[in-house]
Design a protein around this ligand. Sequence first.
Ligand code: MTE
Ligand code: LUZ
Ligand code: MOS
Length: 749
Amino acid sequence: MKNLDSKSHVRGESVYLDDIPLIQGTLYACVFDSPVAHGKLNAVDAKEAEQYEGVYKIITAKDLIGENQIGGIIPDEPLLADSEVHFQGMPIAIVLADSEENARKAAKKIAAEIEPLEPVTDPRVAAAKGDLIIPPKKFILGDTENAFATCDHVFAGRTEQNGQEHLYIETQGAYAVPGENGAIKVYSSTQGPTAVQRAVCRVTGLAMHQIEVDVQRLGGGFGGKEDQANAWACICAVATQLTKRPVKYALHRMEDMRMTGKRHPYSSDYKIGLDKDLNIVAYEVTFYQNAGASADLSPPVLERTLFHCTNSYFIPNVTATAYSCRTNLPPNTAFRGFGGPQGMFVIECAIAHAAEKLGVSAAEIQRKNLIFDGEEFPYGQIAESEAITTWTQGDEKYNFAQLQKEADEFNAASKYFKKGVAMMPVCFGISFTKTPMNQARSLVHVYTDGSVAVSTGAVEMGQGVNTKIAQVAAKTFGLPIEKVRVHTTNTQRIANTSPTAASAAADLNGKATQIACETIRTRLLEVAQKLVESASALDLSFADGFVHRNGERTSLDWQTLVMDAHLSRVNLSEHAHYATPGINFDWTTAKGHPFAYHVYGTAVVGVTVDCLRGRYEVDYVKCCHDFGSSMNTEVDYGQIEGGIVQGLGWMTMEEVFYDTDGKLRSNALSTYKVPDIYSVPKEIGILPLETNRENLAVLNSKAVGEPPLMYGIGAYFAIRNAVKAFTDCSPDFDAPFTPEKVLLNLHTL
Ligand code: MTE
Ligand code: LUZ
Ligand code: MOS
C-alpha cells in the first residue's frame, strides 16, 4: 500500500508549518546569532535595529520570564546567549517585525560586543583539556589485555569520521499563538512534541497544561528535529508570551545550516587482535565524540556508539571507551543511526586494516565472525541473530564471489577505471536505550458514521508511520483504509510522548493503537453477538466492513453495528498505553537487555572509480534485509532506498567543513554536496529475509527507519578497494571519501 500522504504530496497539498494559515496580527521572528564561535558577550547594541522599519520588539536573555535554559538532558544550553557565546550561530537576540523581510533585515543591524576566546573544534583537544560533557562511558566483555597476548595478529590504527547535515527539505520552524489565561499553542516542526512542550514551559515558566503543541507532519527530520526543534518553538513562544501576539519563525536554509547541529564527527583509536584462523579474539576501541558546545543528545548518541561498536560480530573480548568532548561547534545531535553508524564504521576499518595486512579479503574476516544465536553482545544482551542468515541468503541470490570476480576481471582489463566491492553487514538494536522512553499511547475514536480517527504520539516525517498506524486500525476493525484517519500529533490528545525516533515509532504507537482498537473491537463484537444472535462472540470477526460468523459474512455491516452500539451506550473510544516488555539496562554494570530486538542485514556494494579524475559511481547496493514480516513493502522499500542513499552521502560526498575558528564554511548547498538523483546507485537490490521468528515488532513488521543507512558504509570500503586496485596504497581511514581525497590517494605527489 502506498504512503497515504503520497497523493497530497504530489499535488503540493500537504500541509507543513509554512502552510498554516496565519492569524491577523502575526509577528515574524528572526534571530541575531553569534558571528564568532567563542567569546565573552559584553554588550548587545540593538538601537539601530529597534528603529528599523516594521520592528515591533527585540528580545534578549534578560527579558525571559522563565529560565534561560533549553538543555533537556543536561542544563548547559541557554536559549539566548547571556554572558558567553559558545558557537558561531548561537542565538543572541530575537527581532520581531511585521514581515519576514523586515525582521531579517533588522537582525543584520544588531551588533554584539564580544571579547574573543580561543575556540576548540577538535574533540581530542577538548578531551586533553578534560572538557567532557559527561564522564567517559565504557563497555567491557571478557578480558582484552590477556586476550591480546594470545593473538597471532594485532593491528592498531586511527579513524576519522565527519558530521552530516540533516538537510530535511523543510527547515526548522514554529508558530506560536496566544490563548486564554496566558496559554500558548505552538505549531512546531518537531519529532518530539513533548520535548517542545517541556522546553517551552521552562523558558516561559508556564505549566505543561498551558502549552499545547501540535504537529501535522514534517518535511523530514532525520533526527535533526528530535531535540533541535525546541529552540525555535521557545523563541516563538517567549515572543508570544511577551507580546500577546502570534509569532512565526521559519528558518532560511542558510540560517538552519549555520545555527543547528549535525551528525557527530568522531575521531577514534582501535586495536584488533585475531587468531591464525581469522577469528577476532580481542577488540579495543576509544571514541572521541565531537559533541559541540552543549550536551543536547550527545550522551545517548555516545552510548549507542558503544552499543554498536562490534556491529554484527561476536567478539569475546571487548573494551570500548567513549568520550563526549565539548567543542565550540553548534551542538551536534541525533541523526539517523544515532551514533550507531559511527561505532560500526570503526570496527569495519579495523577489519579492513587486518585484511589488508594479512592479504585476505575483508569479507572473509567479516563472514567468519558474524554473531550466532545465543552469543553475547558486549552489553550483555544475548543475540537472536539473523546475521549469518542474511549473509547466506544474500549470497545465494547475489553470489558475492561472482560479483568480486567480475570486478577483478574488469580491473585486469581496465587501466583507468577500477571497480571495488565490499560487504557491509548491519545489526541495529531497536528500542530507545533509555528504557523508560519505550512507551506510547493511542487515542482511538469510532464515530457514529463508522469512520475511525486515531491520534498517537508518532510524528509523520515522510517515513510512513501514519500509514502503518492506519493499517493497524483498519486491520483490527476489518475496514478499508479509507475509513481510518490519523490526526495530528497533539499534546492535548496524547501526553508525555517520546520523540518519534529510534526507529521505534511504528512499533510503540502501532502497538498502542492495536490495543485501543482491540478493546473497542471486543465491545463491538459483544453488541454484534446479540444482533446476529450468535452463541459466542468468539465466532465473530470483522472483515470487509461486515461482521463475519465463523468466517462467513453476515448481513450486519460495520456502520449499522457502530450506530447500534452507540444507541446502546457502548463506549466507542479508547485511550491505550503500550510499554515494551522485557527490556532493561543498568549503567552501573553496563549490562542488560536494552533492545526489544535487533534488525539484521547484509549488503554488497559495488563501485567504479575513474582513476584519472577521482570520481566514482555506485554501481549497486544489494542487500538481504531482515524485515521480520513487512506490513508495508512500498513504505519499507522506500525507507531502505532512502537510507542507503543518505548513508552513501555521509560516507562519500557530504563534507561538513568548519574552519579552525569554528566557522561553518559549508554553509549552503553550493558548498555542501548531498546526493542527488545521479548519485543514486544504478541498482538497489532488496531481498527480504524469510524467517518466521516471533518478535516484539508491531504485526511482526520490524523497524526499518534507521538500519539501512548503515549499508551505505559499504561504499566507503568499496571505493577504497577500487583505489587499491589502481595503486598500491593504504588510504587513511578518513571519511567521507570525497572525490578529492580519492584523487589524492590515487596519485601520490
Ligand atoms: N524517512 C523520511 N522520509 N524522513 C525522515 O525524516 N527519519 C528517519 C527514519 N526515516 C526519516 C525517515 C529516522 S532518523 C528515524 S528514527 C525514523 O525514520 C523514525 O520513524 P519510525 O520510528 O517511524 O521508523
Ligand atoms: N533517541 C534516543 C534515539 O533518545 N534514544 C535512542 O536510543 C535513540 N536511538 C536511535 C535514534 N534516536
Ligand atoms: Mo532518528 S536519529 O532516531 O530521529
